[in-house]
Design a protein around this ligand. Structure first.
Ligand SMILES: [Zn+2]
Length: 217
C-alpha cells in the first residue's frame, strides 16, 4: 500500500495568491481542499477564487467566520454557533455536501479547538470535522522550512494530511513544486479524501477520538 498525502490550504481565499496556487494545482492535476474563512468571501474577488477552486474540482470547507479565538477557549466558546453557522451560510453552495469544518488553533491539536457546545452543534447539524496530521509552519518566515516537517510526516505516517496556507505558499511555488516532485519520487499517492483518524466527527457522528480535540468527555 503506497503512502498517501492529502493537501489542504487554509485561511483563504487570498486574491493575488490563491489564483497562482490554483494554476499550480491544475498544471499538476492535483486536487486539494480549501478551508476558507467566511469573512474572506465577502470580497467578490475572493469569492470568485473559491468558485473557481470548486469548479476545478477542489473541495471547499468551512474554517470559521472570522478565524478568531479558538472555539475551545473562553472567548471562542461564546461565539461557536456564529463562527460555524455564519461561515457555512457564507459558503452556501460552494460548501462540500459533507459539510467539512476545520477548527482554528495555531496548528496544534488539543482541547482548545472545540468546546463541548461546539461539538454538540457540529453533531446536530451533521458536520464533518477535519483535522490534520502535519501543520509544518509555512507561516514562519522565510516560509520555506515547512518542507522538513512535511517530509518527517510523510516518513512517519501512512496517510499525511498537510495544512498549508495559500498566502504563504503562493509566493514560493517552486518550494511546493520540489516537495511534490520528491513525494512523487517516493511513490506517495496524492489523494483528496481524509483518513478516519482526521475526522473525529463524521456526518454528525461523533467518534471516540473527539476527546483529543475537545474537553467533551
Ligand atoms: Zn487557520
Amino acid at each position: 500500500m503506497p503512502k498517501r498525502l492529502t493537501l489542504t490550504f487554509d485561511n483563504g481565499p487570498w486574491p493575488g495568491a490563491t489564483e497562482q496556487l490554483l494554476d499550480f494545482l491544475a498544471a499538476r492535476n492535483l486536487k486539494a481542499t480549501f478551508f476558507v474563512v467566511g469573512r474572506q468571501l465577502e470580497e467578490s474577488a475572493a469569492r470568485g477564487l473559491a468558485e473557481r477552486a470548486r469548479a476545478e474540482g477542489h473541495w471547499i470547507g468551512n474554517h470559521t467566520m472570522t478565524h478568531g479565538a479558538p472555539l475551545g477557549n473562553e472567548d471562542g466558546r461564546a461565539r461557536y454557533a456564529e463562527e460555524i453557522g455564519a461561515a457555512q451560510e457564507a459558503l452556501g453552495e460552494l460548501a462540500h455536501p459533507r459539510k467539512f469544518f476545520r477548527p482554528n488553533g495555531s496548528g496544534a491539536m488539543g482541547q482548545h479547538l472545540l468546546c463541548p457546545e461546539a461539538v454538540d452543534y457540529l453533531r446536530c447539524n451533521n458536520y464533518t470535522v477535519v483535522t490534520w496530521t502535519s501543520a509544518p509552519g509555512d507561516w514562519r518566515p522565510p516560509h520555506t522550512h515547512w518542507t522538513l516537517g512535511a517530509f518527517e510526516a510523510l516518513d512517519r505516517d501512512d496517510w499525511t494530511v498537510l495544512v498549508l496556507h495559500d498566502r504563504f505558499i503562493a509566493p514560493q511555488l517552486d518550494v511546493l513544486g520540489r516537495f511534490c516532485d520528491r513525494a512523487q519520487e517516493l511513490d506517495v499517492e496524492f489523494v483528496q479524501d481524509f483518513p478516519a483518524r482526521c475526522m473525529p466527527i463524521e456526518n454528525g457522528h461523533v467518534h471516540d477520538i473527539t476527546e483529543e480535540i475537545s474537553a467533551l468527555a
